[in-house]
Design a binder for this molecule. Structure first.
Ligand code: SF4
Length: 109
């Protein structure tokens, strides 16, 4: 989506974004997609090889946040997370449109 009118996303909520055709993505996914789709023109391996340490996105280019402490989970939390992952995969397999398909760009909207 492009627009000539400035839009302050701080004034928008999930419904506003959906109405504008945006699919929900995490910040990590958005950064990763920017690096792959825009900066490296789809060359995923080039994002891994990126040596531009001056870029503010560099620490996040692989889609994770290396500044966050590694999460420690109890066995119960691991089981709950595994269940959430299983349900999410089933939804994705069933064609739920809540996630951006692999390889798609959030700028395709
Ligand atoms: S970290 Fe910066 S320079 Fe490297 S691929 Fe991402 S946007 Fe491009």
């Amino acid at each position: 989506m492009t627009t000539d009118t400035p839009i302050d996303t701080r004034d928008l909520g999930p419904e506003d974004m959906a109405a504008r055709g945006f699919k929900r993505v995490s910040r990590g996914d958005a950064i990763r997609r920017y690096c792959v789709d825009v900066c490296m023109c789809g060359a995923r391996q080039e994002v891994l090889m990126c040596a531009n340490g001056g870029c503010p996105l560099w620490p996040f280019r692989m889609g994770n946040d290396p500044f966050r402490d590694p999460r420690t989970m109890t066995d119960e939390q691991k089981a709950e997370a595994a269940e959430r992952l299983r349900v999410g995969r089933e939804r994705k397999t069933a064609g739920d449109q809540g996630a951006t398909p692999e390889g798609a760009s959030i700028w395709d909207n």
